[in-house]
Design a protein around this ligand. Structure first.
Ligand SMILES: Cc1ncc(COP(=O)(O)O)c(C=O)c1O
Length: 341
């Protein structure tokens, strides 16, 4: 890449091939569309969009709807093109070249990318021999390295580990560093503690419409934090980044959050069934509070799945993440794996 600056040498484009045929269990998406009432309302409202006008760059209605759901103020919310955009903005807004970022590893791969894009160093906190993370290790690493930014993903992608509110508070209270608390999968977990962001100066929570809300197609995420941190995000965010259509759809979805509860329950039930079935079959599986399961297994199983057009996420040889699908999809997956044992 002739024109790429030296410090970005070695960066490669991220491509994920669009799969249109088969059973897709590789991207932590919902196996089903949003609830019917949500879809109907979207169809009704979308026809009246003023396509000739720019979006509302302050996402007033959407921020208000999000604030209502969490019983907070709209000034404590900002939306972005997926939580990806908001995480990227945070890293760019807070880190100078040479600064340190501490995060559990393995975790969402973009954290390291965002850190390196601004010339910061990503310091991993590794799990124990069972890939379980320990909060004390995190606090010790923070003390030793004095990072500007600490990232916590709960439940963690890809291992599924959930950190309790008390554990997260212990990390927050151990440092003055900014804590980026990524709760992309929290709707599948025991408890949603998004609003703790408003109790501290140093916490930004990131949420997304891409997972439990079944809307990755519209690319909307949001941050929750004290006004000063929200202002920091808004100061850097590209104007009009969240499209009018996306704002309308996200607003309808969050206003109807209760209708999603059945879908979420179904996915959580399926996750537990899948976990039990995979454990029984002798695979090394990790307890998860998200909509996916981390599995260590021989690559031959993935080859068998691929033959049947069942796609799961492969990180490296022997390391996989399976998104929880519909009951039928999970049955098919288990059937293929069983035949391979
Ligand atoms: C932990 C985590 N955070 C953030 C994201 C980004 O989500 P989006 O940009 O779709 O909101 C993902 C996507 O998979 C994720 O797994």
């Amino acid at each position: 890449m002739k024109y790429m600056k030296k410090s970005f040498e070695g960066m490669v484009p991220y491509h994920s091939k669009l799969i249109e045929d088969g059973i897709i269990l590789n991207a932590n998406e919902s196996p089903i569309l949003p609830p019917d009432k949500v879809l109907k309302e979207i169809k009704d409202k979308i026809t009246n969009v003023e396509f000739n006008r720019y979006p509302d760059m302050d996402e007033v209605k959407l921020n208000k709807a999000i604030a209502k759901k969490f019983n907070i103020k709209p000034e404590n919310v900002s939306c972005g093109v997926g939580s990806d955009e908001l995480l990227d903005i945070t890293f760019r807004a807070t880190l100078e070249v040479g600064d340190k970022v501490v995060g559990f590893t393995p975790s969402f791969s973009m954290y390291k990318v965002f850190a390196e894009l601004v010339g910061a160093t990503y310091i991993p906190v590794l799990g124990d021999e069972n890939n379980l993370f320990n909060v004390d290790d995190m606090i010790k690493t923070i003390k030793e390295n004095n990072p500007m930014l600490v990232i916590i993903c709960s439940p963690n992608n890809p291992t599924g580990q959930y950190f309790t509110e008390a554990e997260v508070r212990r990390i927050i209270e151990s440092t003055d560093a900014l804590i980026a608390l990524d709760l992309a999968y929290i709707d599948f977990a025991s408890k949603d503690y998004s609003t703790i962001a408003l109790e501290y100066d140093n916490v930004i929570v990131y949420r997304t419409f891409s997972k439990a809300m079944a809307l990755p197609s519209i690319r909307v995420g949001y941050a929750i934090s004290k006004k000063e941190n929200i202002d920091m995000i808004d100061a850097i965010k590209a104007p009009y980044s969240v499209t009018t259509i996306s704002q309308i759809i996200a607003e309808i979805a969050i206003n109807n959050f209760d209708l999603y509860k059945g879908q979420i329950k179904m996915i959580v039930n399926e996750r537990e069934k899948l976990y039990n079935a995979l454990s029984k079959m002798g695979f090394n599986v990790f307890k998860s509070e998200a909509n996916f399961i981390y599995v260590l297994m021989d690559d031959k199983y993935n080859e068998a799945l691929l033959k049947e057009k069942i796609y799961i996420r492969n990180f490296k040889s022997g390391v996989y993440r399976i998104t929880v699908g519909s009951p039928y999809e999970n049955e098919r997956l288990l059937e293929v794996l069983k035949n391979e044992i």
